[in-house]
Design a protein around this ligand. Structure first.
Ligand code: NAD
Length: 445
């Protein structure tokens, strides 16, 4: 039976999960405090790039199951479940999660509740936050039978968000009130029978989310360190990762070396995890080491580019492929490009970058970098082409044309996206990836 849902926040998580809940047959109203964002969505324009999202939203709006509003009170009234999916960025320099949007939303929701409502936190929040949300609701509603809380952290990845949501490895529901769990079970009931829905207490659900992101950060940091070892010893990290990933105790995912992790989740969530552990008087040596190693990784990439450019950057024209934190998204939040490119500009390099996601924030965040509309324009007259983001569409690039357009056809692939032999065969003179010996084209026959 369809559940009447309100979704507070139409960011990556709120808009995708709201639209997916509608696709599952529920009746969903998505709310955002930003009227411009709601107006855009109502015109059918997505506020960010996510594959297939526009069609999903349009289909469910047309079916009458999905609508958008700026009016929280009207949208919350009569709903069985209200999901809070607002941002939880880092708070200043402390690394703690800034929960002001969560508590503001909880207060607005509390003021509007008029029937039994489950208030579900979908935002990533440190352990203990849901209890504080319940306190906030109680302040407004008294010790009322009209609400219960649940923690339902989200694990979707930008760029694959719809599929991740529709085919999750698991759904975690932290709920101690049986009525809350019953509503959550109905919310997820239309999903495949194979869905692994794990019911936990509230603290456990909160910790699962941070533990997952902490572990993924450690895993990427680990393969980055192994890549350095490979490079220094003549091993090849791609083959090492393949050999490692076939071990089912380890698994193949997140074993791809790169220029350091970034994005809207891993950086802030690892910082918040370390801060939460500190507040609890518990050591977080491993996650803290992963954070430090990642900063060092990004700094090492600057040196790496300098070396590949011949030791000096001043006056060098360098083409850059990708500036977003990963492919298939236009999200620039804590993208490695923001740490790697500005020092190159400061040293006098002429950077010409192309990103297929056309991230609207890029010109503001990357002053001094010329943003162009094609890979060919980025490569033209360049002495080095640096691959910084793993866009799938780069696989279809005409490498031969890029090589011909360059002054010196050298590629530094910081995502190990290309096969070095293919790159040389297309006409590049040198291919350098991470965690392997650089390849040079042989003398022309
Ligand atoms: P976002 O910043 O893209 O979007 C948040 C939205 O909430 C904004 O549009 C903002 O205007 C709106 N908002 C803030 N306060 C509001 C209020 N009181 N009422 C109505 N709207 C309000 O955030 P996001 O990337 O979607 O992340 C949301 C949460 O989900 C965060 O806690 C994040 O850690 C978590 N998360 C994100 C991802 C991801 O890939 N982005 C994945 C899993 C979990």
């Amino acid at each position: 039976m369809a559940v009447r849902i309100a979704m507070i926040g139409t960011g990556y998580v709120g808009l995708v999960t709201g639209a997916c809940f509608a696709e599952l047959g529920h009746d969903v109203t998505c709310v955002d405090a930003d009227p411009g964002r709601i107006a855009r969505i109502q015109r059918g324009e997505m506020p960010f790039y996510e594959p297939d999202l526009e069609a999903l939203v349009a289909r469910n709006v047309a079916a009458g199951r999905l609508r958008f509003s700026t009016d929280t009170a009207a949208s919350v009234r009569g709903r069985e479940a209200v999901f809070i999916a607002v941002g939880t960025p880092s708070e200043g320099d402390t690394g703690r999660a800034d929960l002001r949007h969560v508590f503001a939303a909880a207060g607005e929701v509390a003021a509007a509740i008029d029937t039994f409502t489950v208030v579900v936190t979908k935002s990533t929040v440190p352990v203990g936050t849901n209890r504080r949300v319940a306190d906030r609701l109680r302040e407004v509603l008294g010790d009322s039978a009209r609400f219960a809380v649940a923690s339902n952290p989200e694990f979707l990845r930008e760029g694959a968000a719809i599929r991740d949501f529709m085919e999750p490895d698991r759904v975690i529901v932290g709920a101690e009130d049986d009525r809350a769990f019953a509503v959550m079970a109905r919310v997820y009931a239309p999903m495949a029978a194979s869905l692994r829905l794990l019911r936990t207490n509230i603290e456990t659900a909160e910790v699962v989310k941070y533990a997952a992101n902490g572990f993924l950060a450690v895993k990427v940091g680990f393969i980055n360190e192994i890549a350095d070892l490979c490079e220094a010893t003549g091993a090849d990290v791609r083959q090492v990762a393949a050999g490692l990933g076939l071990d089912h105790r380890i698994g193949a995912a997140f074993l791809r070396t790169g220029p350091g992790w970034g994005g809207s989740c891993l950086p802030k969530d690892t910082r918040a995890l370390a801060a939460t552990a500190e507040d609890a008087g518990v050591a977080s040596r491993i996650v803290s080491a992963a954070i430090a190693a990642n900063s060092a990784r990004k700094a090492a990439m600057v040196e790496r580019i300098r070396r590949a450019a011949g030791g000096t950057l001043a006056g060098r024209r360098i083409g850059v492929l990708g500036v977003t934190f990963k492919g298939q998204t236009d999200d620039m939040r804590e993208s490695p490009s923001l740490d790697i490119l500005p020092p190159l500009v400061a040293e006098g390099a002429e950077l010409v970058a192309y990103d297929p996601g056309e991230p609207p924030e890029a010109p503001r965040l990357l002053p001094g970098v010329t943003l162009v509309a094609s890979a060919a324009a980025a490569a033209t007259d360049a002495e080095l082409l640096v691959v910084l983001t793993d866009w799938q569409s780069f696989a279809a690039l005409d490498l031969g044309a890029l090589a011909r357009a360059m002054r010196t056809p050298h590629m530094l692939d910081l995502r190990n996206l290309f096969d070095g032999q293919d790159v040389l065969a297309a006409g590049f003179a040198r291919y350098e990836g991470l965690g392997a010996t650089p390849l040079e084209a042989g003398p022309a026959a």
